[in-house]
Design a protein. Structure first.
Length: 208
């Protein structure tokens, strides 16, 4: 008993060694595969856990007539280390998010309004395609190629969540045609005609 009383103050004062509740990103530090280093807790503020950018309509005046506004760790440092992030998807009539993957995250898409045709392609090349309506959610498994198209005559809005603060985004068309890989090699590796490769490189800003 005497021993317990003696050690009690030690036990109580050691409570600063508790589980780490969060690790708000210090965006000035280096990014590693497990995220950014943590901001000092004394510098963490409520704003670190709030991101207001998803309330703002994206600008769809572009070649794909779509806008993706991301709340990944770079925009939203509070999600660092928490295995979660979000994005807003605006699709004008005719808009498309071209075939793409998030190498590090599964995506859950919630349709706020409008009609969206969405699909993904499995590793065995099976296609899972659906026309989504307001209120629908669809899940896109990690790393698989997928796309979203506005299937209606009005703008469509969706919110996506990801099970990583760094989902990654690789657009297939950009990967193939916005690069400086010689067109002859793109032709050889894609089975497309040389002229088609040149045309797509010009359209998407590639060279070579
Ligand atoms: C949307 O983007 C286009 C093309 O970059 C630009 O000309 C236009 O001013 C932008 N509109 C708004 C409201 O920011």
């Amino acid at each position: 008993m005497l021993h317990i009383l003696f050690f009690l103050p030690l036990i109580l004062t050691s409570t600063h060694v508790i589980a780490q509740d969060f690790c708000v990103a210090n965006l000035e530090g280096v990014q590693t595969p497990s995220g950014f280093a943590c901001k000092m807790e004394s510098e963490v503020a409520p704003d670190d856990f709030v991101f207001s950018g998803l309330g703002i309509e994206g600008n769809t005046s572009n070649i794909v007539e779509a806008a993706v506004t991301t709340a990944f760790v770079e925009q939203y440092p509070g999600v660092n280390g928490l295995g979660i992030s979000a994005a807003r998807l605006d699709l004008a009539p005719g808009g498309v998010v071209p075939m793409h993957t998030h190498p590090a995250a599964t995506e859950l898409l919630y349709v706020v309004h409008g009609r969206i045709t969405a699909g993904f392609i499995s590793s065995s090349n099976a296609v899972y395609l659906k026309r989504l309506r307001r209120g629908d959610i669809m899940v896109f498994p990690r790393g698989l190629l997928h796309f979203q198209i506005n299937a209606g005559k009005r703008p469509a809005l969706a919110i996506a969540s990801f099970n990583s603060p760094i989902p990654g985004l690789q657009i297939l068309e950009s990967a193939l045609f916005a690069n400086d890989l010689p067109s002859a090699l793109v032709e050889k590796t894609t089975f497309l005609d040389y002229a088609q490769v040149k045309k797509l490189k010009a359209l998407l800003g590639g060279t070579g």
